[in-house]
Structures are given as structure tokens and as C-alpha cells.
Design a protein around this ligand. Structure first.
Ligand code: CP
Length: 311
């Protein structure tokens, strides 16, 4: 690839919709370079602020680990109960305070729109690490990168997005990322957990989408299944959750009809929708996805802070 202008330099990463196919191609190209020659002191004068106002394992650890590997530093907002939020400080003041101490803020929040708002008031880049049921753009980047690595392409693949499509934010970011390519998308979920209607209408303009309730009917067609957990914490009514909990699952019986090279992905965390026994099958690639998380986030941090990277 010829040297291109870095589209991530000093950018906010708020929505995957802000990035197009050439941006993703560039990110994945640099990720492949960094995989073999990590620029391990490139961020030695940089720091990030981790503001995870909702729980996280992978996103938080991968950003922290990425920053360590690049020689940078990270500081953490910690639990809400340890900060001045406990004394009534508002989110704006907490964000503007963090903005004085670091060069970029990694923000996870339960409310939609908070990352966009943060990007408008802070001087340093904001990276959306998950905003309510809305978006998780860096997850989508690593998800597409994993599909490319496992399948060698995205175009013409039959990709099922399976599970809680209503509340799963990774689903929305992934579908918008995939709309840069030409896969066939199968949306598979119990009826109450179908994709929200406005995004579905919008996505149908760019993606070939079919809607299903039963994975068994289509399993033999699929190249990739991307499963998601039921997002219990997003249900406005716990009775609604009780009606759908445990209503879908990947099991060995289902997989007897799968293609030999089917790729099973999951953004994690998981509940019972992919039981541990599936981990031992050749289909299970979700820990490769976890591994790609550190690589893609290392690449993003390097590119956000480095105007002219040597790739
Ligand atoms: N995929 C993902 O966002 O995982 P965490 O909630 O553990 O960060």
C-alpha cells in the first residue's frame, strides 16, 4: 500500500459511521505492520484517561495493555464511588478535569450520545468504549479485522448476527462497519429481540439483509456466526427480560449442520448462549477476537497520536 494520509490522527472515535472503507483498510494495513514490529516506545510521552462508568473487562484491559506496550501511560477514573461524583460533581466537570491531565480519554457510559457530547467539550480525542445500546466503534473495528483474518475476506460471506439484536451495541457498530463491504447478513433473534426498526431501515439501503427467528433453518449456509449476550442491564422492564432469557443458544447439535470452516465469534462477555463445551470446537474464534482487540487498539492509539507513522 502506498503511503497514505493518516485518517485517525488527533481524531475522536465516537461512531463507526464516521469512518469509511479506506479508513478501515488503512487501520488494518497498519495493524498488520504493527503485529510484527510493534513501535514499542512510540507513545512514551503520551497518556490516556480510562473513564469506564460501566463495567468492562476486555475493552479496558486491552486499551491499558496497548498503552503499556507502546510505552505510554494510563490513569483511571476508578469507581464512581471513589470520585467526586459521590459529592455531586457532574459528568462535564469530571470529563474536563480528566482532559487537563491526559492526551486522550477512553469513555464508556450507559447513556447514548455521551461520547459525542464529550468530544464536543474536551480538547483531546475521545474514544467511545461503549455508549448505551448505541455504539462500540472500536469493537466493530476489531470484529471486522477478525473476520478478515479468519476468512480472508468479508465480501460475499454469509454472516449471521445472532442473539440480542435490540440492545446489543456491538451489533449496531458491526453492521454499520460491514456496510462498507458486500456480505449477506442474516439477522437471527427471538422476535422481541429483533434489531431496532430505524437502523434496520437505514442499513437495508447498503446491506443485503434477511431476518430470521431460527438459526437451525440457515446454519448450513453460514460462514460466520456473531453471537451476542442478552443485555439484561438494558431492559427497561425485568419482566421483558424474564420472557426471553435463555431463549437462544449455540450447541453441538446445532453445529452438526455447520460448514466445516464456520467461524464463531462473540464480542464477550458471554452468559449461557455459547457454553464452554463449544470452546473446544474448531469453530470457536472468540478468543482470537479478544487478542485482536489489543492489536487494533494499539494501532488506533499509535495512529491517533502519530501524524505521520512510518507505514
Ligand atoms: N466486548 C466488550 O466490550 O467487552 P467488555 O464489556 O468486557 O469491555
Amino acid at each position: 500500500m502506498k503511503r497514505l494520509k493518516n485518517p485517525f490522527y488527533n481524531r475522536d472515535i465516537v461512531s463507526i459511521k464516521d469512518f469509511q472503507r479506506p479508513d478501515l483498510d488503512y487501520l488494518f494495513h497498519v495493524a498488520n505492520e504493527i503485529k510484527t514490529s510493534l513501535p514499542n516506545d512510540s507513545l512514551k510521552n503520551k497518556s490516556i484517561g480510562l473513564m469506564f462508568l460501566e463495567p468492562s473487562t476486555r475493552t479496558r484491559l486491552s486499551f491499558e495493555s496497548a498503552m503499556n506496550s507502546l510505552g505510554g501511560k494510563s490513569i483511571s477514573f476508578g469507581n464512581l464511588s471513589d470520585s467526586s461524583t459521590q459529592k455531586g460533581e457532574n459528568l462535564s466537570d469530571s470529563l474536563l478535569t480528566m482532559d487537563q491531565y491526559v492526551d486522550a480519554i477512553i469513555l464508556r457510559h450507559a447513556s447514548e450520545g455521551v461520547s459525542r457530547y464529550a468530544s464536543e467539550i474536551c480538547k483531546n480525542p475521545i474514544i467511545n468504549a461503549g455508549s448505551g445500546s448505541e455504539e462500540h466503534p472500536t469493537q466493530a473495528m476489531l470484529d471486522v479485522y477478525t473476520i478478515l483474518n479468519e476468512c480472508g475476506k468479508v465480501d460475499n460471506l454469509n454472516i449471521a448476527i445472532f442473539g440480542d439484536l435490540k440492545y446489543g451495541r456491538t451489533v449496531y457498530s458491526l453492521l454499520y462497519a460491514l456496510s462498507n463491504y458486500k456480505p449477506n447478513i442474516y439477522l437471527v433473534s427471538p422476535k422481541p429481540l429483533q434489531l431496532r426498526s430505524d437502523p434496520l431501515i437505514e442499513l437495508k439501503n447498503t446491506l443485503n439483509i434477511s431476518v430470521h427467528e431460527n438459526l437451525q433453518d440457515i446454519i448450513s449456509d453460514l460462514d460466520v456466526i456473531y453471537t451476542t449476550r442478552i443485555q439484561k442491564e438494558r431492559f427497561p422492564d425485568l419482566q421483558e427480560y424474564e420472557r426471553v432469557k435463555g431463549s437462544y443458544k449455540i450447541d453441538n447439535n446445532l453445529l452438526t449442520n455447520a460448514k466445516e470452516n464456520l467461524v464463531l465469534l462473540h464480542p464477550m462477555p458471554r452468559s449461557d448462549e455459547i457454553p464452554g463445551e463449544i470452546d473446544n470446537t474448531p469453530y470457536a474464534k472468540y478468543f482470537n477476537q479478544v487478542s485482536a482487540g489489543k492489536l487494533i487498539r494499539s494501532t488506533l492509539l499509535h495512529l491517533i497520536f502519530t501524524e505521520n507513522p512510518s507505514f
